[in-house]
Design a protein around this ligand. Structure first.
Ligand code: BEZ
Length: 303
């Protein structure tokens, strides 16, 4: 008796039909029936009630089914554990946009390390344009980004959209509101980051105002998230950040919800166009496992 006999038997029981099981297994029905017959002969037991429609298992058949399912599950587990344990040690280089470290990135990396103990992860902070260059040059294998950059050399998958919030000094009248809108912010000094010639988080924030027909005059570009929040803490202006940035606590910085429906920040996983998924798929799995654990809604997508 081989594992494939158990697979055939389980398929027939679950489909309650030789014809449907044969279709599911991509084999013709006569050889399938023969294999089950051989199995019954080898076991010296009748597994199905003759002539029953839909096909019913005998009492001994039900017992055999339960044992077969256990054995097949065990075999699958052994295969997965062995594949993971024997995976050759390798390093995966991941580029990421700064603010993602405030959110789920550390958890995703932790989970990946647990599930692929033979892999090393190297995290490299890179802005959106540099991520593309680093991917092309092979300096990184995958990137997490909030910026939608298009390039023939890469492919990108939207993981989820995260709400944006406003960081406001505690002395500002808006800081105690439950929720505010972009319209409340259009005349404020607005800190954006990072300085970059091309597409960036800063250009995304500016476009967000444009979407609502507003063109604030007082944008000020800062080096990064940390510096922008520092300026907010100094009472110099406001900054629009992803919700996960709430964990960055600065004295006198309050975070306030934005009510505008477009005030969302996409999170993308980006890989080279010729990546067959060998690296991206395990990362994908870890991201979605963390989303499930955190009860975060998402549309599961593939490359
Ligand atoms: C997230 O917050 O959804 C996320 C952060 C970093 C990498 C991937 C996803």
């Amino acid at each position: 008796m081989e594992l494939r006999h158990l697979r055939y038997f389980v398929a027939v029981v679950e489909e309650q039909s030789f014809t449907k099981a044969a279709e599911k297994l991509f084999i013709a029905q006569p050889p399938l029936s023969r294999q089950i017959q051989n199995l019954e002969e080898e076991l010296g037991a009748q597994l199905f009630e003759r002539g029953s429609r839909p096909l019913r298992t005998t009492t001994i058949g039900r017992f055999f089914y339960q044992q077969a399912v256990k054995l097949l599950t065990n075999a699958e587990e052994i295969k997965l554990i062995t594949q993971r344990a024997s995976a050759t040690e390798r390093t995966i280089n991941i580029g990421y946009g700064g603010s993602l470290l405030c959110g789920l990135l550390p958890r995703i990396v932790y989970l990946y390390r647990q599930q692929y103990p033979h892999s090393n992860i190297n995290l490299i902070e890179l802005n959106a344009i540099d991520q593309i260059q680093a991917l092309k040059e092979g300096r990184v294998d995958a990137c997490f980004s909030r910026v939608r950059v298009s390039d023939l050399a890469i492919k990108r998958v939207l993981l989820r959209e995260e709400p944006l919030i406003a960081a406001v000094h505690s002395s500002h009248p808006l800081s105690t509101q439950k929720s505010i809108s972009l319209n409340n912010l259009k005349d404020e000094q607005i800190f954006v980051y990072p300085p970059s010639d091309g597409q960036s988080y800063a250009t995304q924030i500016k476009s967000l105002f444009l979407e609502y027909g507003m063109e604030p005059k007082r944008f000020s570009t800062q080096a990064d998230l940390q510096q922008s929040l520092g300026m907010v803490a100094a009472g110099e202006g406001i900054c629009i950040v992803p919700e996960s940035v709430r964990i960055m606590q600065f004295r006198h910085v309050n975070y306030v919800k934005l009510s505008d429906s477009a005030a969302m920040s996409p999170i993308y996983l980006i890989v080279r166009n010729d990546d067959e998924g060998e690296l991206a798929r395990p990362l994908f799995d870890c991201v979605y496992q963390v989303y499930d654990l955190e009860a975060i809604e998402y549309d599961r997508r593939v490359f």
